[in-house]
Design a protein around this ligand. Sequence first.
Ligand code: ADP
Ligand code: F6P
Length: 323
Amino acid sequence: MKRIAVLTSGGDAPGMNACVRAVVRYGLAAGAEVYGITRGYAGLMENDIKKLDSRDVGGIIRQGGTILMSARSKEFKTPEGQAKALDVLRGWDIDGLVVVGGDGSLHGAMCLHELGFPVVGVPASIDNDISKTEMAIGVDTALNTILDAMDKIKDTASAHQRAFIIEVMGRAHGYLALMAGIAGGAEMVVLPGQSVDKNVVIREVKSAFLRGKPHFIIVAAEGASTPEKTISQLLTEYVMESGHDARSTVLGHVQRGGSPSCYDRILGTRFGAAAVDNLVAGNIGKMVGIIDGRIVTTDLDTVLKSSPFLSGELLRLAEPLSH
Ligand code: ADP
Ligand code: F6P
């Protein structure tokens, strides 16, 4: 493998830079030239590529975002877009591509693989909605950001004896909401796919304040929103009907930013090196992941055909601990 390229795509995730840095330095150590593609698949189709050396990735391990920048591209989803991307890769004599991104980006990687181009995917998305890996790059940092916000919100919620709805990201997956709910000591967690019973919300809010709780914190996944109302709007209305004051905070993109945690720096580094190892070994059309602390490699096809799930053990923990 003489020439490796790397791109970051989709929702950026803290730790992507650690991964890019590892691909570059580990790739160079393996004797390859390494090329960085700017702005994901969009930049690839536009031939936005540059050669990277060790110094180009100096000092980036502690930076959030991605130095290669990211993008979402509708054109790349078309056969014409993918043909354009292939032409560019072949024009640069690239032998293998590392795609660092979320579920959508890995679908894109699968398309390139099916067209005969050697790819290895790296899961990076704060949503943790990718199968065959226990963690994706960025999840740990995002959770710590959410916890920091929850701790602060609890201070003001307690001062005013209010209920707060904290809406977190995650698309259709509830991992961030569930984990933040447990680790942040929420009184209620609302996950995608769960129907929210107004009477239960009212009963729980009343009961919590009667039991002497100074606040009532609900962590709600954005994916639990209905077509008519966001989950924050819905829950705020329900809580107000209990007679208690409610406020909502949509954490939004603050969850995607910030310096990566130690965990994400190490994970990004391990994934980047493993992706290079796989490319060099000709083990392509794969995604690297982590299971039981070990780096694993799974066919992209298998990854994309399976659905992510939430641990039953953690789901069972959330409710009793909220009391
Ligand atoms: P993420 O990778 O964070 O899940 P997206 O779902 O927006 O983010 O995907 C990022 C990009 O990957 C998309 O803009 C598109 O260019 C490409 N992509 C997504 N889904 C597919 C698909 N089914 N086939 C080909 N490319 C895809
Ligand atoms: O997939 C990561 C994510 O941050 C989701 O949690 C969120 O729904 C989405 O991306 C937001 O996307 P955008 O970057 O288009 O605002």
